[in-house]
Design a binder for this molecule. Structure first.
Ligand SMILES: [Zn+2]
Length: 428
């Protein structure tokens, strides 16, 4: 041990390391500061440690990550535009960030919204929450998914009316190659981890049809070029198959949603070594019937279309061995965020318990690493339990490889929640 290291021993645990199909039984884990130092067979670790945690036969696993969330969309858009002040949003999302961590998520990728300040406050220890890979302001074309203006709004180009979602940092409406480049550079200047663009219609937005293909190949290629030259990548919101193809053909690395994909498009995604981040819970009747975020008949109709594609998307992705990440897209209300872990239940229709546990840990860690030179937490791995990785850890009471539903009752079943070597919950 180095002289100035803070050391922790977590003893008597069975380990799910994020990549193996089976637990590694009877282990002790030694931490030095915020990283894992070594894994050893239980017993005989009597060296002096600053802290000793007895895992009592629980399952030690990597902290969870949700690679598709929107912490700043803490009220239903587009109502968010008109009703809530920035300081109100800041107060609510700071609280939601802490609740995210307490559901076991030690990292999230925020795919659109003003979360860079929140990330900074969390990293400085002034607020509590997961690590945040923030996309900052998402890019959308005028009349696209991010254009949630009232249809009677005066033109931003020809009259100069402000779009409040741009003022607040949610979406920038950028049209044409030059504006797309400029918007990407603004995002990069604000220190985003990756660029988010919308290449097809969305469910929440009221005026753009789901089928619409948004952004031309030239505009998408320009965004990818800007991201690539800064050592990072582009994530694209898109449901419709044609929009997925435009994204893939022009270098987008992660397809967000992608629920209306065709079978051949999944094969293309595999060929291009790209990722798909589909959702199963948010499109379920359980999640969206009666949900105020999707209350408008236009939203309901679009949700029906997305739901109808979901099963094929998951099945083809599994069949062709696509890189599938675990992301929920839960947003809009406290109740929605609190249901984040229900994705485990609905996704179990397509994936075995251990497959899903790998997605929510090591696979997501691999996706987060695509941020490469814009990675906000470089220097160690996320999503695995191995020597040298960040000490982002959970201890689950029971074996989630045998029972994935243990992940739903996080309040009772998650005994330890640790991020960066700091225990935020310890009921052992
Ligand atoms: Zn989203």
């Amino acid at each position: 041990m180095g002289a100035n290291e803070t050391t922790t021993l977590i003893k008597n645990v069975n380990i799910f390391n994020g990549t193996s199909d089976q637990l590694i039984a009877g282990q002790d884990v030694v931490l030095a500061d915020n990283k894992i130092k070594e894994l050893v067979a239980s017993g005989g670790n009597e060296a002096p440690y600053d802290t000793v945690i007895d895992g009592s036969g629980g399952t030690l696993m990597p902290g969870l990550s949700d690679v598709h969330t929107h912490l700043a969309l803490c009220k239903p858009p587009p109502q968010l535009l008109n009703i809530y002040s920035w300081d109100y949003i800041g107060a609510v999302m700071t609280n939601e960030a802490e609740r995210y961590l307490m559901r076991g998520f030690t990292a999230v990728r925020d795919v659109g919204g003003p979360t860079l300040g929140l990330k900074k406050a969390i990293d400085e220890g002034l607020a509590t929450g997961p690590r945040i890979f923030s996309s900052g302001m998402g890019l959308a074309q005028t009349a696209g998914h991010g254009d949630m203006r009232n249809p009677n709004a005066y033109s931003k180009y020809f009259v100069g009316e402000h779009f409040r979602l741009t003022d607040l940092g949610y979406f920038v409406l950028a049209d044409g190659v030059d504006e797309v480049r400029k918007a990407c550079r603004e995002a990069l200047a604000s220190q985003v981890s990756q660029i988010k663009i919308c290449t097809g219609g969305g469910v929440t937005s009221l005026t753009d049809p789901l089928y619409s293909v948004q952004y031309t190949p030239e505009e998408v290629a320009a965004a990818v070029d800007e991201a690539t030259r800064y050592g990072t990548y582009v994530a694209a919101h898109v449901h419709t198959d044609e929009g997925i193809n435009v994204a893939l053909d022009n270098g987008v690395k992660t397809i967000e949603h992608g629920l209306l994909t065709k079978e051949d498009t999944i094969k293309k995604l595999v060929d291009k070594n790209a990722w798909i981040v589909p959702q199963s819970y948010i499109v379920s009747h359980e999640a969206n019937d009666g949900n105020p975020t999707f209350a408008d008949p236009i939203q309901k109709a679009k949700m029906d279309q997305a739901r109808n594609g979901s099963a094929n998307c998951f099945r083809w992705a599994k069949h062709y061995g696509a890189k599938v990440a675990w992301g929920t897209d839960m947003f809009g209300t406290r109740a929605a965020y609190d249901n984040t872990n229900l994705e485990f239940k609905t996704r179990a229709e397509y994936y075995s318990n251990v497959e899903q546990l790998k997605q929510v840990t090591s696979a997501n860690g691999e996706l987060l690493a695509l941020s490469n030179l814009k990675h906000p937490y470089p220097g160690a791995k996320l999503g695995v339990v191995e020597a040298g990785a960040y000490a982002d850890l959970l201890i689950v009471d029971g074996n989630p490889i045998e029972d994935i539903l243990l992940m739903l009752d996080y309040e009772n079943n998650f005994k330890l929640i640790m991020k960066d070597g700091v225990a935020y919950k310890n009921t052992l």
